[in-house]
Design a protein around this ligand. Structure first.
Ligand code: ADP
Ligand code: MG
Length: 384
């Protein structure tokens, strides 16, 4: 049995395990490189995960072969003498620390990309739940910020998952999307900087937003509340209007429904991004989504266009995932980003530490893929 088969087989029996808890039974060879003594805090142990995920019973893609080149992860030796102290056969935790440090360092050294000539408002929508809308919104926001862009994330889902991942308070009473959309508060009053990511701002969602779908029904101009709020803000617009301090991107994380909140997003944005999960029923429901987009274009927002499709949770080892990706490409052509996001346990762990995977494990395949996807999006903007 190879290491991989072993790890997958192990996993199937073990079910969902805590991050950083290492099985003591029959340690596979890869793990033996990282012996653990005593209890290890999950955060400390997070960088010593074996290549194959241990968390789910499904076979996991190690990495997206299209996007991940382990050689691009910087090594201590890339940093010359200064990093020499890491070069000995040090402990696993020291090596894990080194990995994170160097990946972070690498993130900071990335050259900025050209800013778009005007704020791009992108709606991240798909009425299916669990396809990666929120994950993609927050990680692309972080990725774009690493590429020198200023990004606002509008959390339009009452669940507030994007707010959680971006480490912004969103308990009842915090100025939120509800105030913006239902009460007509100004964007400045409800926007908070993300504490961990320079250049990222968030309008958090509180549980109040759950009532908004119904409350909005009786509100004047109920489908264009978000549009008005964005239009009124001094940092949204062209370089001439909004200057150097302008926001380059507004990413709107939609709830999994086609109600008035999603409608507000579709009216407010010019671009729509649809995350599609690479699984069997991936394309189901897309027809209805595209019909809604057509209806919005006809009656409410002629600027709206589906510009970007992102294939998420891609398992490079299954033919099914490749088949779904092919079908998506057949349908949407070059609007599908070349980068696919691999299914990766790191990506799903990050929110429980109030982080994006971009800071939680910057050298992981998920983080590198989201960075690459952000680069493609910024590239679209430069040529738009
Ligand atoms: P949505 O916002 O469309 O409902 P989420 O972004 O919340 O979807 O993702 C649904 C679930 O899948 C979450 O638990 C998330 O952590 C997990 N997930 C998303 N992307 C990945 C990925 N690339 N690898 C593994 N798990 C993922
Ligand atoms: Mg979501």
């Amino acid at each position: 049995m190879t290491d991989i088969e072993h790890a997958v087989g192990d996993e199937a029996g073990a079910g969902r395990e805590q991050a950083g808890t290492f099985s003591t039974e029959e340690t596979p060879a890869r793990e033996r490189e990282f012996p653990q003594i005593g209890a290890v805090h999950p955060q400390a142990a997070r960088d010593v995960e074996p290549e194959v995920s241990r968390e789910t019973s499904e076979p996991q893609a190690e990495v997206s072969r299209e996007t991940y080149d382990p050689l691009t992860v910087p090594r201590a030796s890339d940093f010359g003498q200064a990093a020499g102290r890491f070069d000995d056969d040090s402990t696993p935790l020291a090596r894990a620390a080194e990995h994170t440090l160097l990946a972070r360092h690498g993130a900071r050294m990335r050259p900025p990309m050209a800013r778009p000539p005007a704020t791009r408002v992108m709606v991240v929508a798909n009425q299916k739940g669990g396809v990666g809308k929120t994950t993609s919104t927050v990680n692309l926001a972080a990725g774009l910020a690493q590429l020198g862009q200023r990004v606002l994330v509008v959390d339009l889902d009452p669940q507030g998952n994007a707010s959680t991942a971006l480490n912004v308070e969103h308990h009842r009473g915090v100025p939120s999307t509800y105030d913006l959309v239902v009460d007509g508060a100004a964007l400045d009053e409800v926007m908070a900087p993300c504490p961990d990511l320079d250049g990222v701002f968030v309008v958090p969602a509180t549980i109040d937003l759950a009532g908004a779908e119904i409350e909005l029904v009786s509100v004047v101009a109920r489908e264009s509340r978000l549009l008005r709020a964005l239009q009124a803000h001094h940092a949204i617009g062209t370089a001439e209007q909004a200057g150097e301090g302008r926001l380059d991107y507004v990413l709107i994380d939609c709830p999994p429904s086609l109600g008035l909140l999603t409608l507000n997003a579709l009216v407010a944005g010019a671009e729509m991004m649809i995350p599609i999960q690479a699984e069997y029923y991936a394309l189901e429901g897309l027809g209805q989504l595209l019909e809604t987009v057509e209806m919005v274009r006809k009656h409410l927002n002629p600027r709206l266009a589906v510009t970007t499709i992102l294939v998420t949770m891609y398992d490079a080892r299954t033919r099914l995932a490749a088949g779904v990706a092919d079908e998506v490409r057949e349908h949407f052509g070059d609007r599908v980003l070349h980068t696919t996001i691999p299914r990766s346990v790191r990506v799903s762990e990050a929110p429980s530490y109030a982080q994006t995977v971009m800071t939680y494990d910057p050298g992981s395949p998920g983080a590198l893929s989201y960075l690459e996807a952000a680069r493609e999006i910024a590239q679209q903007g430069a040529t738009a």
